[in-house]
Design a binder for this molecule. Structure first.
Ligand code: OGA
Ligand code: MN
Length: 311
């Protein structure tokens, strides 16, 4: 028997709005498999009016694999679930954040990126749930890196075949306006990933590039950065892109291994925007169930943004 799950495509090759299933409750294995298949196929799924709370958000996320512990980048967390990443502009007292460095950090999310590509062990699905939306702006934008790869001119496919990019968290923050020098960034951790890879969930090839990508290994910096910029520009052309506007209860799920995303502009001093995210580890290996993000920040040493990395 087929289920009642309905998937309405957003673009012909990318993104679908899903309905017809209550995801606040435990799901049968067949339903779980169907949801994973839809996610693998469409790259981004949009779920309206889910009814999820913090606990059921985390529980539903486990359907995709190992849910990461969130980096503790804001110090005091607002939630009891250690898996919830705080993507809001709100502090632990419930006030709009006016700390300039933390605001800049969030501004980094408005560059086209893929979550935690600066880690060796990558993230696959990110599940972003809206708890409070601003009255205007604050959408999330998505771009289709599989179709963007498929449509590349053959000469570009040949040029990038076998190339490896180096990804650094600190590089993307610098580009958002954070006061790091090139030398600072050179001294901090980075991770290497092929520019093109097989997306296992769909068997398609995908570009893997975004705001954290800083250099192409073995290429002069200027040339590598020009190539990275060209590929991001290519992948974010209108035919590969759509945006999602949220109401409380709405959720987007994107696959970091075949999509780019960016937060849309909004008045982050004037309006509250409460977004909470879980992130599923690629490969879902339980032995990586530790806390590599916080390990990386500890290794990076103190910063003004994260003054006490021992915590
Ligand atoms: C994220 C992110 C964008 C947004 O949570 O990883 O990039 O729209 N969010 O909040
Ligand atoms: Mn992100």
């Amino acid at each position: 028997m087929g289920s009642n799950i309905k998937a309405v495509p957003i673009l012909p090759r990318f993104g679908a709005e899903i309905s017809g299933v209550d995801i606040t409750k435990p799901l049968e294995a067949a339903t779980q498999a169907e949801i994973v298949d839809l996610q693998n196929k469409w790259g981004v799924t949009v779920w309206r009016d889910t009814g999820l709370d913090d606990a059921s958000h985390v529980a539903f996320s486990r359907l995709f694999g190992h849910v990461e512990l969130a980096p503790r980048h804001k110090g005091v967390m607002r939630f009891s679930e250690p898996e919830l990443f705080d993507a809001s502009n709100i502090d632990a007292d419930g006030n709009i954040i006016d700390n300039e460095l933390i605001r800049l950090n969030s501004k980094g999310n408005r560059l086209w990126h893929t979550d935690s590509s600066y880690m060796e062990v990558r993230s696959a699905q990110s599940l972003l749930l809206c708890h409070e939306a601003p009255p205007e702006g604050g959408a999330t934008w998505f771009a289709d890196m599989r179709s963007a790869y498929d449509d590349l001119p053959e000469e570009m496919k040949t040029r990038i075949d076998g190339l490896v990019a180096e990804h650094s968290y600190f590089w993307s923050r610098r580009r958002a306006g954070y006061p790091y020098t090139e030398e600072d960034i050179d001294a901090k951790p980075a991770a290497r990933h092929p520019l093109v890879h097989f997306h296992e969930g769909s068997g398609r090839k995908s570009l893997f590039v975004g705001a954290h990508a800083r250099d192409i290994v073995g290429m002069p910096r200027a040339e590598g950065r020009a190539l990275i910029a060209e590929l991001i520009e290519w992948a974010t052309q209108p035919q590969y892109v759509f945006s999602v506007t949220y109401k409380p209860g709405d959720m987007t799920i994107w696959d970091n291994l075949c999509t780019l995303h960016r937060g849309g502009d909004f008045d982050d001093r004037g309006y509250r925007r409460d977004m909470r995210r879980t992130t599923v580890r690629a490969g879902a290996a339980p032995e990586t169930a530790d806390d590599p993000f916080n390990e990386m920040f500890k290794a990076a040493g103190p910063t003004a943004y994260n003054p006490d990395p021992a915590k």
